[in-house]
Design a protein around this ligand. Sequence first.
Ligand code: NAD
Ligand code: MG
Length: 385
Amino acid sequence: MKNLCILGSTGSIGVSTLDVVAAHPDCYRVVALTGGGNLSRLEEQIRRFRPLVAAVVSDADASRLREALGPDRPEILSGIEGLIACATCAEAEMVVSAIVGAAGLMPTMAAIEAGKDVALANKEVLVTAGPLVMEAVRRRGVNLYPVDSEHSAVFQSLEGHRRSDVRRLILTASGGPFCHRSLSELKSVTPADALAHPNWSMGRKISIDSATMMNKGLEVIEARWLFDIPGERISVHIHPQSIVHSMVEYVDGSVIAQLGIPDMKTPIAYALSYPERLTLNLPPLDLCALGSLTFEQPDFARFPCLSLAYEALREGGSAPAVLNAANEVAVAAFLGGEIPFIHIPAVIRATLETHRNGPLQHIDEVLRADRWGRAAARRIIDSTP
Ligand code: NAD
Ligand code: MG
């Protein structure tokens, strides 16, 4: 029996995690849950999984939730303190980090510092603060298991092999809903078009990141820190079928890949149960029915977000945190109808161009870079006609 805290339990990853837990009630107990919105879903989850503690963003939401649950309820906390209290709660052995965006950074760091193993879905944690997070993981001797499907695939493809024998990581990308749209077609795509991902059903922010391919850029940075491989040795292949989830190329030319149908329950389950595997009732992968798997080079001209991420990784310091902050602001502005799709990379580039890079030695410097990046991106959006 493993005790779990799920940060972001009301989101796409959170709900899939609870599906895995519900299928294996003898293996997992939920001790803490947190949600940012969608109170009724959180209420339902609390009634069903009976955690010891839960947290929401605002005091008002906490009051509403207490009232809705009545006297027989767990402790309900709020704000960043509430998230951190859940992430560090004494009973939790593993924390599933599934809040979206840089908002997940501090609770995840707190979990690591408290000695919890972490199942990491939130890639923004490693994008913004990779070196500091990995230093804390080593210092505290905790395990950090990837939930992101590409990183789970790399993790699985590395098992039983020496890191020094790795030549290259190859991350696969579906290419998103606009994989084969021309630049001029991209000018007029709407949020609804961008949210319609061909293979994966995900939260809104990551769906837009998939459409711009910033998602793959963030994943390159995530992989750099998780596996300690420099960005020059991480390639991206477009693979529209999303069956090969990623690959590792070794010095002898062998390439080892992990395959499966695109369902996040597989990588979530592996992060929860490593080194064992949980039985999941998913349809089997039928390669013969698929017939062919295809691969192509990404088009950096149509998807400049991918180059921006590689550049920020090369620059290092606070550049990736600023890249991420500008991206979060630009994606929200696109979803809110403020800017067209192709302005997303333009806002990020303009933000990075005005940024003065500095070293990241402390988590406060990450938070400062994040705030600076958000404010700068906001100004750029407001000043663009
Ligand atoms: P989502 O939007 O569906 O859910 C996000 C969760 O975080 C929700 O519970 C929401 O209430 C909570 N939240 C949002 N803002 C918050 C805030 N400021 N404070 C506290 N809680 C807040 O997102 P998702 O698709 O589940 O993605 C979660 C993370 O996992 C992201 O970092 C994403 O990149 C990563 N990820 C997702 C998928 C996927 O298939 N959905 C795959 C790989 C990685
Ligand atoms: Mg992924």
